[in-house]
Design a protein around this ligand. Sequence first.
Ligand SMILES: [Zn+2]
Length: 43
Amino acid sequence: MKARFSGTCPECGGQIKAGKEILKNSQEKWVHKACSDLQDEIP
Ligand SMILES: [Zn+2]
């Protein structure tokens, strides 16, 4: 999904800008889509 707010990605430490594609990882943290350790969004 797309980020509604800006924040920080706990995986890479980079900024997440509002409107960027993000995913929850296995620890229920919002990270960049490319940084998630899960495969993809739950269908
Ligand atoms: Zn990241």
